[in-house]
Ligand binder design. Structure first.
Ligand code: NAD
Ligand code: IPM
Ligand code: MN
Length: 346
């Protein structure tokens, strides 16, 4: 493309701090070659406190008109009693992922040279988690009976559709085919019988279309053992929405920390804009101090460029990050990291 019409949602906490650096790097790498027009949307917990709005229909409609969305993070501090728990997460973030049909939540994990892992012997870590993004227990399909009594019943139903599972499994096979040719389904079919059966059957069926890809299966608990003892065995992990959430925070931790973990919420049918955001949240414990690591947001911007077909520019950001993290000194602030990477890609 000759131009990008970008929506920017900085959000809460460190969201605005890291998003500013991602935007800085995007502007630097695109230079005069691609015109970048960005529109900022004030949304999130602070916006809700000020206006009572989570994600108005009119805002959602405007967001649909952009080429892509760059998002920071939303969410209140755990102790902030003014905001009902999870309100913004559900009515803004999940609503956005569902409405824009972000069925592939792509979360790459790579241990960069020079970055220390908490694992004693990490080996070469380079895998991607293809996390389903629109189903699972995230659909709000639950309820409560006899609330507040000793006989209270609470349910949270995991929704898994043949259509939803098949499209994300096919995407994962395609990615495995383009990578090292290995796909691992992570689930828990010994307990989650019905959904587990659907996921397994779907993987077996789609595998027939990809003879070049080998596939295996791990129960999610055992997968967490291997993520710590032998992470280099993984190439592509495909899993449901909730397992994917949990697996990717551990994956971030073993590859040097949550401050480096990027993600893309992809509508692979391109019927709506995709959204790019760090895996981490609003980190209220460090917000406003310019000490958040903006690298995850910057790498998410690289995923954005790749999704829009700007592979060369995406590669330049990734190489600049590789060089930066290899020579990092402690005590550099958020903007200083962004400045260094922006300078390297200009
Ligand atoms: P979190 O990811 O915000 O923070 C977990 C820990 O990681 C904290 O100690 C934090 O300081 C640290 N951390 C996170 N990002 C960092 C960075 N870039 N550099 C350095 N350290 C970093 O998770 P949490 O504390 O569970 O959640 C805080 C709020 O964010 C909650 O309201 C939660 O619902 C929300 N949340 C939002 C998103 C999102 O918007 N996509 C994702 C996760 C959590
Ligand atoms: C993430 C977050 C979200 C999720 C929350 C905030 C709804 O943890 O993006 O990983 O669970 O998907
Ligand atoms: Mn998460």
């Amino acid at each position: 493309p000759k131009s990008i019409d970008l929506a920017v949602i900085p959000g809460d906490g460190i969201g605005p701090e890291v998003t500013a650096e991602a935007l800085k790097v995007l502007r630097a790498v695109l230079g005069d070659d691609v015109a970048l027009e960005s529109t900022e949307y004030p949304l999130g917990a602070q916006h809700w406190l000020a206006t009572g709005e989570t994600l108005p229909d009119e805002t959602l409609t405007r967001l649909r008109g952009h080429d892509a969305i760059l998002f920071g993070a939303v969410g209140a501090a755990p102790g902030d009693t003014r905001i009902p728990s999870g309100l913004i997460e559900r009515e803004f973030l999940l609503k956005l992922r569902f409405s824009l049909d972000h069925f592939v939540n792509l979360r790459p994990s790579r241990l960069f040279d020079g970055v220390s892992s908490p694992l004693a012997d990490p080996g070469a870590i380079d895998f991607v988690v293809v996390r389903e993004g629109t189903e699972g227990p995230y659909t709000g399909n639950g309820g409560t009976l006899r609330g507040g009594t000793p006989h209270e019943v609470a349910t949270e139903v995991s929704l898994n559709t043949a259509h939803g599972v098949e499209r994300v499994v096919r995407d994962a096979f395609q990615r495995a085919s383009a990578r090292r040719g290995k796909l691992t389904l992570v689930h828990k079919h010994n307990v989650l019988v019905y959904a587990g059966h659907l996921w397994r059957r779907t993987v077996e069926a789609v595998a027939l279309e990809f003879p070049e890809v080998t596939h295996d299966y791990l129960h999610v608990d055992a997968a967490m053992i291997f993520l710590v003892t032998d992470p280099s065995r993984f190439d592509v992990i495909v899993t449901d929405n909730l397992f994917g959430d949990i697996v990717t925070d551990l994956a971030a931790a073993v590859t040097g920390g949550i401050g480096l973990a990027a993600s893309a919420n992809l509508n692979m049918d391109r019927t709506a804009p995709s959204m790019f955001e760090p895996v981490h949240g609003s980190a209220p414990d460090i917000a406003g101090r310019q000490i958040a690591d903006p690298t995850a947001a910057i790498l998410s911007a690289a995923l954005l460029l790749r999704h829009l077909g700007l592979d060369a520019q995406a590669g330049r950001i990734e190489r600049a990050v590789e060089e930066d993290v290899a020579t990092r000194t402690a005590g550099r602030g958020t903007a200083a990291v962004g400045d260094a990477i922006a300078a390297a890609v200009s």
